[in-house]
Design a protein around this ligand. Structure first.
Ligand code: SAM
Length: 189
């Protein structure tokens, strides 16, 4: 009970800090998330998976980029982030986003169902990067894209892990690595 309360408090504090940076005025001034996601390859009608959505700065952009025929799955382990995001989606009348407090390592999405997945600004993946990549490969369609932010300090090790898992690095655009799923889901073990 005490441990649960202290974990809850740490999620609450973590979210306040994340929100200040990842949904603050500066990011809104500097980045146009719709344009960014379109440039990286998100298309109208796509099924998109956002891993670690936090307060949803990119979620709203992804929603606009896929349009009414598409869908965005926005997952975060932090319940405070998801509550905040759901309120934001309601206010903006956005209906093509499924926001869940869920570990993306166990997404619950069907095999081969996602056109584009992205991992931006997640320096520490809960449950480990290896399992996350395995799960992302499972849900990505063949030739689906995984876009990973090339954040300082983690870029090379994450790229290597993704290459080791069999993804193909197509290009690096605007400081984002674009990997293609060239592995069929049936081969993932
Ligand atoms: C620093 S925030 C970034 C939020 C958002 N991606 C952005 O750039 O605006 C990182 C988020 O990833 C979440 N996270 C970390 N590991 C996760 C996992 N395995 N599944 C889902 N969310 C995760 C954290 O809870 C946190 O809210």
């Amino acid at each position: 009970m005490k441990a649960q309360r202290s974990q809850d408090l740490s999620y609450r504090i973590a979210f306040r800090m994340i929100r200040a940076v990842h949904d603050g005025w500066l990011i809104h001034k500097l980045v146009d998330p719709v344009e960014l996601l379109r440039t990286l390859g998100v298309k109208h009608g796509d099924h998109v998976l956002e891993i670690g959505c936090g307060p949803g700065f990119y979620t709203v952009g992804a929603s606009a980029a896929v349009g009414s025929d598409g869908i965005v799955y926005a997952f975060d382990i932090n319940l405070y982030a998801i509550r905040y995001l759901r309120t934001k989606l309601n206010k903006l009348d956005i209906t093509n986003v499924v926001a869940e407090d869920r570990n993306a390592n166990e997404s619950g999405l069907p095999d081969n169902s996602v056109d584009f997945a992205f991992l931006f600004g997640v320096p520490r993946v809960a449950g480990g990067i290896d399992q996350l990549i395995q799960e992302t490969i499972r849900v990505l369609k063949s030739n689906g894209i995984l876009a990973v932010g090339a954040e300082r300090g983690r870029a090379s090790s994450v790229v290597q892990t993704l290459l080791d898992k069999g993804l193909t690095l197509r290009e690096t655009k605007k400081r984002y690595h674009l990997f293609v799923n060239t592995i069929s889901a049936a081969n993932v073990g």
